[in-house]
Design a protein around this ligand. Structure first.
Ligand code: SF4
Ligand code: SF4
Length: 338
C-alpha cells in the first residue's frame, strides 16, 4: 500500500487540499500508509473516511466482542473517560503498573497521583503493597525487555490484512510476565479468562514457551469500630501490616524461599489457531460494519445487553443514554498513537 485510500463522502468535514501528498486538510497519515490515519480536528480521532484498517489489540478486540458501538466510540472516535474520572480500581492498577515500570525506567509517581486524582486511601493500599513487595525482595529477574512491542500482521481470507499491536509488561527471551492488580485475582488465574490476552502474546512470538501471571490482590480493609476515624497514614500502616503478615494472600503464588510470586501458564494451554481465526474474522466484520455505516446502516450498532457488565456498567453508558459527551469524557488527542 503506498497511496491514500479515502472515501470523501464518508466524512461531512472532508476538506480537499488538491495536493498529492495530503488528501484532506486535516489528515495525518499513519506511517507507510498501511493503517488508518488520524484527524487533526479536535472533534475526531481517527480519520473516518480512511479505508485502511485500524490495528487490533487484545483490548480493542475486547471492545468489539463486547459491543460494536463501544468499538466505534473508543477506537474511531477516540472517546475516553478523563483520567480523574476513572474508577478507583483503574487508578490503583495504573499506580501499581507505574511502580513496577519504575524498576526499569524513570517514572513520576507523585505526578501520576495528581493527574489521576488518586484518593489518599487508594494510594495507601498500593504503597502498602509496594513496600511489602520490596521488603520480600519480589523484584523481577533481570534480562527483560520492559513494554516490549507486539506488532504482527497476517492476511485475511478476503485479501485484507489484520494488524495486531500491543505491549508485553516484561518480555524475556522464552517467556513473558504480566502484572495484574485486582480485587478478584481468581479472574486472572483462569485460563478461560486470560485466553485472549495471553494467547495474543504467544501468537506474536513463537519462541515464548510460557507466561507468568503476576497477580496481586488489592487490600480491602474496612475502617470500622476503633478504626473508623483513621487517617490515610494509619490506614496505610494497617494495610502494610496485613500484607506483611500474610503475603501469599496478596501476592498470589508467593514463594518465600525463591522471593517470587505468580502462576505459570504454558503455551500449549492456549488455542492459538482459534485466537488467530477470531482476529481475522473480527477484522473482516469491522470493515464490513464501516461499509454498512457509509451506506446509512448502523454498522456499529448498540448491544444493550452489554451495557451492564460483570465489573459494573459500561464506561460509555452516559454517552449512549444521552447521545452527547459530558464533562467526564475527552476525545484522545494523541494523534499518531504510541
Ligand atoms: S475525519 Fe478528518 S481527516 Fe478524515 S476526512 Fe474527515 S476531516 Fe478529513
Ligand atoms: S453503553 Fe452499552 S451500547 Fe453503549 S457502548 Fe457501552 S455496551 Fe455498547
Amino acid at each position: 500500500m503506498d497511496s491514500f485510500n479515502l472515501t470523501p463522502d464518508a466524512c461531512k468535514d472532508f476538506n480537499p487540499t488538491f495536493e498529492k501528498d495530503k488528501p484532506c486538510l486535516s489528515y495525518i497519515p499513519y506511517k507507510e500508509l498501511t493503517q488508518c490515519g488520524y484527524c487533526t480536528r479536535p472533534d475526531y480521532y481517527r480519520c473516518v473516511a480512511d479505508n485502511l484498517p485500524i490495528p487490533l489489540s487484545h483490548s480493542s478486540m475486547g471492545d468489539w466482542l463486547t459491543c460494536h458501538r463501544l468499538y466505534w466510540l473508543k477506537n474511531y472516535m477516540g472517546i475516553r473517560i478523563k483520567d480523574a474520572c476513572v474508577s478507583n480500581a483503574i487508578k490503583d492498577g495504573s499506580l501499581w503498573d507505574t511502580c513496577l515500570q519504575g524498576l526499569s525506567t524513570t517514572v513520576d509517581i507523585p505526578g501520576l497521583i495528581v493527574r489521576l486524582e488518586i484518593p489518599g486511601r487508594e494510594v495507601a493500599k498500593v504503597k502498602a503493597l509496594w513496600n511489602a513487595f520490596k521488603e520480600f525482595g519480589l523484584e523481577p529477574s533481570p534480562g527483560y525487555d520492559a513494554q516490549a512491542r507486539i506488532d504482527i500482521s497476517f492476511p485475511t481470507c478476503n485479501n485484507g490484512q489484520v494488524y495486531i499491536k500491543g505491549f508485553y509488561d516484561r518480555k524475556y527471551p522464552t517467556f513473558f510476565e504480566e502484572d495484574k492488580l485486582s480485587s478478584r485475582p481468581d479472574h486472572y488465574l483462569d485460563t478461560y479468562f486470560i485466553h485472549s490476552q495471553c494467547g495474543t502474546y504467544f501468537l506474536a512470538d513463537p519462541s515464548l514457551e510460557y507466561c507468568t501471571m503476576k497477580v496481586v490482590r488489592v487490600p480491602d480493609l474496612k475502617s470500622t469500630g476503633k478504626n473508623k476515624d483513621e487517617d490515610d497514614e494509619a490506614y496505610y500502616r494497617r494495610c502494610y501490616e496485613d500484607v506483611i503478615s500474610r503475603p501469599s494472600h496478596y501476592f498470589i503464588g508467593y514463594d518465600r524461599a525463591k522471593h517470587t510470586y505468580g502462576r505459570k501458564f504454558y503455551r500449549s494451554e492456549f488455542n492459538l489457531d482459534e485466537i488467530r481465526n477470531r482476529y481475522e474474522i473480527a477484522a473482516i466484520e469491522i470493515q464490513q460494519a464501516r461499509d454498512w455505516q457509509r451506506e446509512g446502516l448502523d454498522g456499529y450498532y448498540r448491544d444493550d445487553k452489554a451495557c451492564q457488565q460483570i465489573w459494573g456498567p459500561c464506561d460509555l453508558l452516559p454517552i449512549c443514554r444521552t447521545g452527547g459527551l459530558s464533562e467526564r469524557f475527552i476525545i484522545r488527542q494523541d494523534k499518531g498513537g504510541r
